[in-house]
Design a protein around this ligand. Structure first.
Ligand code: 5GP
Length: 114
């Protein structure tokens, strides 16, 4: 697996606007926000996509989603609400091959997405 932009952010090689970090995840603001709050959450254990994570480390999938919910709470989104999105693979619109969850909030989001 070649390094992605998120590997470089995790390694501190390129800057990111970090909003939360613990032993398992790093969360930082998306460079091209689609909502007033748009944060990406990545596991520190590198994996390409959710489907691979579910196969290789199913025990960590719940931990990852719990962490994403914690980040959303940390961003004061529990009250107004938010959307958690994981794009998986080409048809899912995944551009960066490093598992990440998008937290989107700060405005009323429409459904379905395009
Ligand atoms: P995907 O389409 O893979 O689910 O989402 C990748 C996301 O990463 C996009 O929303 C894009 O704006 C964001 N992104 C791409 N490059 C960078 C970067 O260098 N820094 C940050 N903070 N976000 C990035």
């Amino acid at each position: 697996m070649s390094d992605t932009i998120f590997d470089k952010i995790l390694a501190g090689e390129i800057p990111a606007d970090t909003v939360y970090e613990d032993d398992h995840v790093l969360a930082f603001r998306d460079i091209n926000p689609q909502a007033p709050v748009h944060v990406l959450v990545i596991p520190k254990r590198r994996v390409e996509r959710l489907s691979a994570y579910a196969q290789e480390h199913p025990e960590f999938v719940g931990q990852f989603f719990s962490a994403a919910a914690r980040v959303a709470a940390h961003l004061d989104l529990d009250g107004p609400g938010y959307r958690l999105v994981v794009n998986n693979g080409q048809d899912g619109g995944q551009e960066v091959e490093y598992l990440h969850a998008h937290i989107l909030g700060g405005r009323r989001l429409t459904w379905p997405p395009g």
